[in-house]
Each structure stands twice: as structure tokens, then as C-alpha cells.
Design a protein around this ligand. Structure first.
Ligand code: WTA
Length: 676
């Protein structure tokens, strides 16, 4: 790695602002290099120093990292500080209240869907609420190791429940509240959850969502799949208490099963504000979070206690250059890993003050984000390229009405950001003075793995720049040979860092097959990557059968499964097509059964089938009738060709492996121009 030269005329490089460097944790490129070198050459000492920030009942004494990444040498495994004992909840709450005098500090400014709804929660408040919830869960019989499903909107009870689980050693499995009842059921069954925590309902913008009804449907669905593991369903009275759209609030029917359902307030109100934490092994499970899998069935990514705590703590501290007076805001939903690591655990481990936002960027108006930044004096702001593209569409005018001078660092995550969107973010939102940290990572990596540090790393728009401490990226070619210098290929890692996942819940074989089989000795991210002459990394996108729609990973197989579930469909194939706001959208080819006709009604039915099976985020933009699909002689669908049809790219190259090349002309002649 070298400092990219100022003399380089070809690309525009942005250097860290001097005022940020004055008291930054990593104040310049040389200090990044020195710390990076230490993290790689002396990992034991490096991580032991970080561990000293935390409270352990059994301090780390054995080896720091043990692992095997080579399937040919036995089971894949990674352990971090195994044998040490601690509790994540104690470290992110009690330690801040008791040892760091942060009890009165604001942990969250909760901002509701409607601008009139807000609430301030200090570290002491949060600790008390968490203890009550933890006691309530224990009363219900939840024990160490039990799985608790959480299907909640962005409300304080979501963080409270997660931390309550962490406190008693239960394993939370949070499911994004935009997922369908089928998706929720599938996740509950896979993790065999004993409790489900949900809410009556929530407004997203003007739209009211009856979460309890969806939850009930999910539980019914679980029962169809086998004996129901969920004993209790805890329901937060959220809609009933404090939310509402701008219109008169709609009434909501909250279906109720008196045997099983418990109101949240009834569960916590009589409980004590004290609850002794359960001291756990560093390698005990902390949570499961599902992510799309290329075979269609979601994978329960498992994270454990100590490695995840240390890694989210350190990445948050350095990547956002966190300081005591910061007000930090990450706009992600906690139902995704970004929210787990950078709304819940990372910020709390640092004793940070965060905004917790329930709403959407354009409700009740397109200035909502800017209004919130001004209202709370947000200094560090973290969002996704899809939101940036959406706001960019409205131009600079909305920004000019608000005082954004509190901003210091801007972050992005979730998908590659185009240089155009990067520059708009930097110039229009950051007023040219805030570094943009483009953080590349995955549910599986637990925290940032390729990322700039705002006061240290010269930035190139569109590049996630360089590895975080302890992370050694490699680029391989198709034959698995490691490429040096400037190169493009598969992004892989040869060694673990503390925050990497420990497995797929209940499925070691799938874990090994998915991530470690293709190139023995390496963790394979599934992303393509280019390294430039300065050693900077540029993510080129997924190179497996995954699509990234608005920053959310979807598997083509899962959507194909949902389409094929309709009785009119014989076969379906789904590919990505570039989309101005979503980045990528779903373009579906469906072959109907003989007697069926392709009509607008059917298109509508297919779309709602996908929404029901997966959720609104997976709604296809295009559905094309495909009398037949382009296949190789061995019957494999040629997705490359379908992608080109979807993009109207007629430069098809070699089609000699196709069984029937005429199919391609037919599909081209019938392609959808405008969204269905
Ligand atoms: C993509 C989200 C380019 C990538 C934290 C990855 C990115 C997948 C970036 C993981 C980025 C995430 N630049 N691509 N800065 N960040 N991705 O598991 O394809 O929801 O593999 O985790 O998002 O998505 P996941």
C-alpha cells in the first residue's frame, strides 16, 4: 500500500480534512499503516489490548485466534478468546453506567415515523428497561441458549429485547419487519424459537402494517410445518400507544390468543430493574441473523459473544472516528446486519449517542433526513447508496433549507456506490468538508472489512479503499491462484478476524459448502473485486446468483421458487436489470403451463405471490412471458443471455452452446421496456 500520489491526474483523490485529523484516533495515513501492520504481525497483542476495554469475569488467557479455513484439513472453525468469560449486555450498558459515568448520557434519540413522535433514552433508562425485559423473558422460561424471534419495527423495544436476550444468554433472531409471514415462519422454524416478540402495528410513511396479524399467520404456518416451538408471543402496544400517520389514525384489529399472547407492558411492568447477567463463554452464541442464500433457503448466520463485541466496538470507533460529543445516525433497519452492528452493538459498546429512526426518508416530506440531522445535530451519518440516489433525485434545494453544519463524517454501505452518487453525497450533503467512508462488509463478516478511516485514508470515489485492522484480503482467479498487484477476481480472505461468523445455524455442511469449498483455504465473499495500482479495493458486485436490490441481497432462486409456486407457471428465471433508484431490480422470465395465458391479471398475481412469499422488497419490476428459456444442451439456463435480454444488450457473443438459439430472438422481440 502506498499513499496515492497527488500528482496523479487521472483520478480525483480526496484527502482527509485537517480539522478532523487534529484529534482523530487514527490521525493520518502513516498511523493507519503502523496500526495495520501491528494488527497483522502481532494479532495476539493487538486484540488483547482491545479486550482490556471490556469487563471479563474470566479474562482472556489462552490463544486469541484459532482457526481452520481449509476444508481439506478438517472442519472449518474459528475461535476467538475461547475460554474467556463475559457478557455483551453488561459491557454495552452496565460498564457505561457504572465504570464510565455515562448513565445520564443519551443512548438513543428515538424519532418516530411522524415528526411529532420522539423519545430520549439514556444509558440508565436503557439498562433498566433491558433488565425488566430480561426478567420477563426468564419468567416465561427463556434460558441460556434458547432462541427468541424478534419481529419488530424500529422502536426502542427492539434494541431492549436484543440486549435482554444477550443479558440472559438467549440467542436473538431478529427478522426484518418488512418480511412476509412466510419468511418469518421459515426463520422461526429453522431456529426453533421458543418466543416471538412483535408489535400490534406500525406506520411506514402513510402505510399501516398489522404486524400482529402477520405474526399470527406466521405462527399458523409454523404449525403446518411441524410442532410449534413458540410458546409465547409478546406484543408491544406500539400503534395503540404512540404512533399515527398524518391522517386520522386507523383502527387496528389485533387478533389475540389468550393462551399464548402477552402484552409487552404486562410482561415488563412488574419486573425488577435489576437482573444479574449470565456470564458466557467468549464463543457462546450471541445471535442468528438470516441472509439470502443462493439455493433459495435463507441462511442463519451465527455470531458469537466476544469476537463480535470487540470487532463492532473497534470498527465503530475508528471508521466513524467516534468521540464523546458525537451524535451518530445510521438509517439502516436493525432487521439487517448494519443495524445490529452499527445501531445496536457497536455504538453502545462505545457509549455513543445515536438516533433511532422509525420512518422513511421521504415521509412526510423529502427533507426528513435533513430535518433530523438539524434537529439532533448529527455529526456522523451512515446510510445506503439507494437512499442517496433517491434523495439525489430531488436535487440540492431541499438540503439548503437545513443547517447541516454539524456533519463531520458520512458513511455508506450495502452496495457499490457510483462515483456520481459518491460526489453528490460528498458535495451536496457533506458540503465538501466531510470524508465519505464507503464501508464494504457482509452479514457474515460481522463488521466492516474494507473501509477508509476518515482522518487517515485518502479517498477515491467508488472505492471501499483498504482493509480494516486484522483483515487480509486476497484476490483469486478462477483457478484459485492468488493474484498480486493490480488485479481483478474473487474477493476472499485467508484468515479470520474476530467478527467473522462462526457458522450457519444448525448446518455446518452448508456453511462449508457455501463459503469454503470453492477455494480451499479461503473464505469466499461471493463478490468480485479489483485492486488498483495503489492497492485500493473496488468491489465490482456479486459474482454468484445473488441480486442486490436497494442494498438488500436477494437470491434469484428464492424469487424463482415463489413464482414457480403459482399454478400457472411451469418454469421461472430471474435476473437483475440496472435500476436508477434501486441499483438493481428484478426482471423475471416465466414460462407458463400449456393451457395458461399471459395476462395483466396474471402478472399482478405473480407479483403479489412474490410479495407474500418473501416481502415487498422482492417485488419484481418486470415479468416477461417466455415461451421457452435459453438453455444449454445439458438443460442449464443461460442466465448470461437472460441478463443481456433484460438490459437490451444485443452483443450476445457466443451462443453455440445453446440448444435452441432461436429462443433468444423471440425473447428479445417480446422484452419489457417499461416496468410491469
Ligand atoms: C454488498 C450488508 C459494494 C456486497 C452490510 C456484499 C457492498 C453484500 C458494500 C452484503 C460496499 C455491502 N460496496 N458492495 N460498500 N457493502 N455490499 O449481508 O455484495 O446485507 O457481499 O451486508 O452487500 O450484504 P449484507
Amino acid at each position: 500500500m502506498v499513499v496515492p500520489g497527488r500528482q496523479d491526474k487521472e483520478e480525483k483523490i480526496f484527502y482527509p480534512p485537517e480539522d478532523l485529523q487534529t484529534n482523530a484516533h487514527v490521525p493520518n495515513f502513516n498511523s493507519y499503516l503502523a496500526l495495520y501492520k501491528r494488527s497483522i504481525e502481532e494479532p495476539e497483542e493487538f486484540w488483547r489490548d482491545v479486550a482490556q476495554e471490556f469487563y471479563w469475569t474470566e479474562p482472556p488467557s489462552g490463544p486469541v485466534l484459532q482457526f481452520n479455513f481449509d476444508v481439506t484439513k478438517g472442519n472449518i472453525n474459528m475461535k476467538f478468546m475461547a475460554g474467556a468469560k463475559t457478557n455483551v449486555c453488561y459491557n454495552v450498558l452496565d460498564r457505561n453506567v457504572l465504570d464510565r459515568d455515562l448513565g445520564e448520557k443519551v443512548a438513543y434519540y428515538w424519532e418516530g415515523n411522524s415528526p411529532g413522535h420522539h423519545q430520549t433514552i439514556t444509558y440508565t433508562d436503557l439498562l433498566k428497561q433491558v433488565c425488566r425485559c430480561a426478567n420477563g423473558l426468564k419468567q416465561m422460561g427463556v434460558q441460556k441458549g434458547d432462541r427468541v424471534a424478534i419481529y419488530l419495527p424500529m422502536i426502542p423495544e427492539l434494541v431492549v429485547t436484543m440486549l435482554a436476550c444477550a443479558r440472559i444468554g438467549a440467542v436473538h433472531s431478529t427478522v426484518f419487519a418488512g418480511f412476509s409471514s412466510d419468511s418469518l415462519a421459515e426463520r422461526i422454524v429453522d431456529a426453533q424459537c421458543s418466543v416471538l416478540v412483535t408489535a400490534d402495528g406500525v406506520y411506514r410513511g402513510e402505510k399501516l402494517i398489522n404486524l400482529k396479524q402477520i405474526s399470527d399467520k406466521a405462527l399458523e404456518n409454523c404449525q403446518e410445518k411441524g410442532p410449534l416451538t413458540v410458546q409465547k408471543c409478546v406484543v408491544v402496544k406500539h400503534h395503540g400507544f404512540k404512533t399515527g400517520g398524518t391522517n386520522e389514525r386507523q383502527r387496528l384489529q389485533t387478533p389475540w390468543n389468550t393462551q399464548r399472547d402477552v402484552w409487552w407492558h404486562n410482561m415488563v411492568d412488574s419486573e425488577s430493574e435489576h437482573c444479574d447477567p449470565e456470564w458466557l463463554d467468549a464463543e457462546d452464541p450471541l445471535f442468528i441473523l438470516y441472509t439470502s442464500g443462493s439455493t433459495g433457503k435463507p441462511k442463519g448466520v451465527l455470531h458469537t459473544v466476544a469476537g463480535y463485541l470487540l470487532y463492532t466496538y473497534l470498527t465503530f470507533r475508528y471508521v466513524f472516528d467516534h468521540h464523546h460529543d458525537d451524535v451518530y445516525w445510521c438509517t439502516a433497519d436493525i432487521g439487517w446486519i448494519t443495524g445490529h452492528s452499527y445501531i445496536a452493538y457497536g455504538p453502545l459498546a462505545n457509549g455513543a449517542t445515536s438516533v433511532l429512526f422509525e420512518g422513511i426518508p421521504v415521509y412526510p416530506h423529502v427533507c426528513r433526513y435533513w430535518e433530523i440531522i438539524e434537529k439532533y445535530g448529527v455529526s456522523k451519518f451512515y446510510t445506503a447508496p439507494t437512499a442517496i440516489r433517491l434523495l439525489m433525485k430531488h436535487g440540492r434545494e431541499p438540503l439548503q433549507k437545513y443547517d447541516l453544519s454539524s456533519l463531520r463524517v458520512l458513511g455508506t454501505v450495502g452496495e457499490p456506490i457510483s462515483p456520481e452518487a459518491w460526489l453528490w453525497y460528498h458535495d451536496a450533503v457533506g458540503q465538501g468538508r466531510c470524508p465519505v467512508v464507503d464501508t464494504f462488509w457482509q452479514t457474515e463478516t460481522g463488521g466492516h472489512v474494507l473501509t477508509p478511516l476518515p482522518a487517515a485514508t485518502p479517498l477515491k470515489p467508488g472505492s471501499a479503499t483498504l482493509p480494516f485492522f486484522g483483515v487480509e484480503p486476497c484476490i483469486l482467479n478462477e483457478n484459485g491462484e492468488e493474484l498480486q498487484g493490480e488485479a481483478e477476481g474473487y474477493l476472499v480472505f485467508q484468515k479470520p478476524w474476530p467478527g467473522i461468523m462462526r457458522g450457519i445455524y444448525g448446518n455446518q455442511e452448508r456453511f462449508e459448502n457455501t463459503y469454503f469449498k470453492k477455494f480451499p483455504g479461503f473464505y469466499v465473499t461471493g463478490d468480485g473485486c479489483r485492486r488498483d495500482k495503489d492497492g485500493y479495493y473496488w468491489i465490482t458486485g456479486r459474482i454468484d446468483d445473488m441480486l442486490n436490490v436497494s442494498g438488500h441481497l436477494l437470491s434469484t432462486a428464492e424469487v424463482e421458487g415463489a413464482l414457480a409456486d403459482h399454478e400457472a407457471v411451469a418454469e421461472a428465471a430471474v435476473v437483475g436489470r440496472p435500476h436508477a433508484l434501486k441499483g438493481e431490480c428484478l426482471y423475471c422470465f416465466v414460462t407458463l403451463k400449456d393451457s395458461r395465458e399471459f395476462t395483466n391479471v396474471l402478472v399482478g398475481e405473480l407479483k403479489s405471490r412474490v410479495r407474500e412469499k418473501i416481502g415487498p422488497i422482492a417485488t419484481p419490476d418486470f415479468i416477461q412471458n417466455a415461451p421457452s428459456l435459453p438453455k444449454t444442451r445439458s438443460g442449464k439456463i443461460m442466465r448470461r443471455v437472460l441478463r443481456q435480454i433484460a438490459r437490451n444488450d444485443e452483443d450476445l457473443g457466443d451462443l453455440s452452446t445453446l440448444a435452441d438459439p432461436k429462443v433468444v430472438d423471440v425473447l428479445f422481440s417480446q422484452r419489457c421496456e417499461a416496468a410491469a
